[in-house]
Design a protein around this ligand. Structure first.
Ligand code: UFG
Length: 341
């Protein structure tokens, strides 16, 4: 019988791509989302891509424990992938209580319900933000975590620790934390992708919105960093590749292949790309000119971070496959799909 995976935050950017890949791999998926940061665009896209109109959907807030336990009462859940969280770094600095309450309470509720219902495999969506400005690059999973520079980053570190401690104490719960680098791009069908609310904070949605004419000009934040072309270096991971890493991690858990009851994996490409290189690649692959200018550095940005992906490659049998050009073409196709062009 197919195993069932609960995807909290399953109507969002990463959650929708993960749902598609889980279904393609033969899993049953239950989606929970409070729709606080998305509409039904991606969930409808998921149904179209998978041809499945019957994906159970719970419009619930994971901060409400009664709703979470009701879901666990009604569904036999083999694994949970927890995405339901706020993710805007700047907003988290302005609204720390809102961030701590939402991101911590929702995860505590998931773990509590999993424990009460006899245990579960839990995959937590963490972030490379836990490494801060690392002294040695690329970062491995052993690279020390540094104090986060935002409440958002703190919630990632704290939830990793909550999962680690819970796994230690509760035998029936096993956990994996995936530390994502910079997820970008969209599904090749252009039916699902990133839907930022308001002005995008992240680079690629800002690029595509500038290219389509929604924004006037992209600001490149700083070209005087100690890198080859002076702009920051990141590890941009394709969203479909990222989604496949989740399938590999879930399979490892449900098939009983874990070596420890709590494991951590970096999910990136292992290749640093500068902001300028990314902008140039976007122009080239999509054959267009982007309006951009060099602007002052953005406070809080680290100069460079990229992943050592050896562990994920070897243990999960997973590796990033799409090229940055393919990914940037998919991001542009998605933006045009949204604009009806
Ligand atoms: N950038 C620009 N112009 C923009 C937006 C971004 O030049 O309009 C640059 C940034 O300065 C940075 C790079 O593009 O050098 C990537 O920026 P993003 O905002 O896309 O991504 P970050 O690396 O800042 O963000 C990532 C994750 C977050 C996480 C954060 C922690 O996406 O979830 O790292 O710092 F919280």
């Amino acid at each position: 019988m197919a195993k069932t995976v609960l995807v909290s935050g399953g109507a969002g950017y990463i959650g929708s791509h993960v749902t598609v890949e889980l279904i393609a791999a033969g899993y049953d998926v239950v989606v929970a989302d409070n729709m606080s940061n998305c509409d039904l665009t991606c969930f409808n896209g998921v149904k179209k891509i998978t041809g499945r109109d019957d994906i159970p959907f719970y419009e619930i807030d994971c901060c409400d424990y009664a709703s979470v336990t009701r879901l666990f009462d009604e569904q036999k859940i083999d694994a949970v992938i927890h995405f339901a969280a706020f993710k805007a770094v700047g907003e988290s600095v302005a609204e720390p209580l809102m961030y701590y309450r939402n991101n911590l309470v929702s995860f505590l509720n998931i773990l509590e319900a999993a424990k009460v219902h006899g245990g579960c495999n839990v995959l937590f969506s963490s972030s490379a933000t836990v490494y801060g400005e690392a002294e040695q690059l690329p970062v491995t999973e052993q690279t020390p975590r540094l104090p986060a520079t935002s409440p958002y980053g703190n919630t990632k570190t704290m939830c990793e620790d909550i999962l680690r401690d819970t796994v230690r104490a509760v035998e029936s719960i096993k956990g994996i934390a995936l530390r994502y680098f910079n997820p970008i791009g969209a599904h090749p069908s252009a039916l699902i992708g990133e839907l930022p609310r308001g002005v995008p904070n992240n680079l690629v949605p800002f690029i595509t919105q500038t290219a389509i004419g929604k924004r006037e000009c992209l600001s490149i934040f700083g070209n005087d960093y100690p890198t080859e072309d002076g702009t920051c270096l990141r590890d941009y991971i394709d969203i479909v590749d990222l989604a496949k890493a989740h399938v590999a991690a879930v399979s490892r858990m449900v098939d009983g292949k874990m070596k420890e009851n709590y494991e951590i994996f970096n999910v990136g490409t292992g290749r640093p790309v500068s902001v300028q290189e990314l902008v140039d690649a976007f122009e080239k692959v999509n054959d267009l000119k982007l309006n951009y200018r060099i602007a002052p550095r953005r406070p809080g940005d680290v100069v460079a971070i990229w992943a050592d992906t050896t562990l994920a490659n070897e243990e999960l049998g997973w590796k990033a496959e799409r090229t940055v050009e393919e990914t940037l073409a998919s991001a542009w196709a998605w933006e045009r799909h949204l604009a009806g062009k």
